[in-house]
Ligand binder design. Sequence first.
Ligand SMILES: *Cc1c(COP(=O)(O)O)cnc(C)c1O
Length: 458
Amino acid sequence: MKKTNEVPYKIYLEEHEMPTAWYNLRADMKNKPAPLLNPGTKQPITAGELGVVFCEELVKQELDNDTAYFPIPEEVFNFYKMYRPSPLVRAYCLEKVLDTPAKIYYKFEGNNTSGSHKLNSAIAQAYYAKKQGLKGVTTETGAGQWGTALSMACSYLGLDCKVFMVKVSYEQKPFRREVMRTYGASVTPSPSTTTQVGRKILEAHPGTTGSLGCAISEAVEAAVTSEGYRYVLGSVLNQVLLHQSIIGLETEAALKKYGIKPDVIIGCAGGGSNLGGLIAPFMRDKILGKADYRIVAVEPASCPSFTRGKFAYDFADTGMVCPLAKMYTLGSGFIPAPNHAGGLRYHGMSTILSQLYHDGYMEAISVPQTEVFKAAERFARVEGILPAPESAHAIKAAIDEAEKCRETGEEKTIVFGLTGTGYFDMVAYEKFHDGKMDDYIPTDEDLEAGFKGLPVID
Ligand SMILES: *Cc1c(COP(=O)(O)O)cnc(C)c1O
């Protein structure tokens, strides 16, 4: 494949302002992300090994560090057209109440029934599974957004969808569960007795309410032991950042149209997919020395992978069956305190973003929970959109930047990713309103315990 560093602007079709190809940032990175390793042999994992768990086309995308643009298949493009391009909105009302000279823009990804950016990758992954002739896919969901997006995509394409939902969410978020069932997915509380790893975890920890790491292990087992099934994942992986690049490409097109150059680009970071997608074309220009932007990742103080984690090889799941990835991590055994931004509770981080952060191309900050909800409420009251708690991490950072501009008089242009809506997070908003929300921050000792479980790679 010929590698191109030039942006093929013809990829933007005038009439819908949506790119017809995804952009793979790895093609332009000077230091590529470290390869995934087989957890048994500790050798770089092969396409054949990954193909047991993941769909073929997705394995190719996962391992491709060189191809810059992947055409969006027509069926996926047509699905995108139902809810894309997503709006890039100038937050005039927020600017006014902040009395700031800064200009604030947000890219809103909550305009679809699943309520978040996750649908952008769900439809792509379901499409490749269908094309391979599979019967269905398995996955895990914590807070429920990914499971919801995937069940929508699968029902559209006529694929079976088995979701392992972290038991505590299954019980506490019955509405998300019912949305998934409405779209035809089967939802199993994890750990369950339907898998070997689930039974083992239940035996060792009777009454456990589960974790994302356990649910991943169960979903992977269900995929590899059922004929015609593969496993899909909603964040962290390179392929997911590739699909999410549509967020950044659209943002770039809209800003260009109006002749706007951002100074600061902000996004919340759980596994890194929305941020990796939003920044993709901007980071390309930064790497190539064509433009300079400040790029800021925002994470919860309760699960601070970038700001307090280690850059090391680690397991992606508790069951230690997934490949090892070199990333900023708190250790696969790290159990974050219950936190209302469920989508940001993963112990690790995208290997692409981890490498870029390590190489000094981006910054990261962490913010405490109650500050995040204050920012969410402030935003909702003037801009109208009720944000997801995850998205509100980016809002908090954008407000802080804009307030700094008020002090210094700088007319900075701030762009942030508003990843989704928070209608299913009303229990969290209730806790905030009733003053019952706390700001748990792990101690250094808590983090040390997680680091102890890091595998030794020589
Ligand atoms: C899942 C989720 C996130 C975090 O995931 P990333 O992969 O880091 O983008 C952020 N916002 C919303 C609304 C989510 O559902």
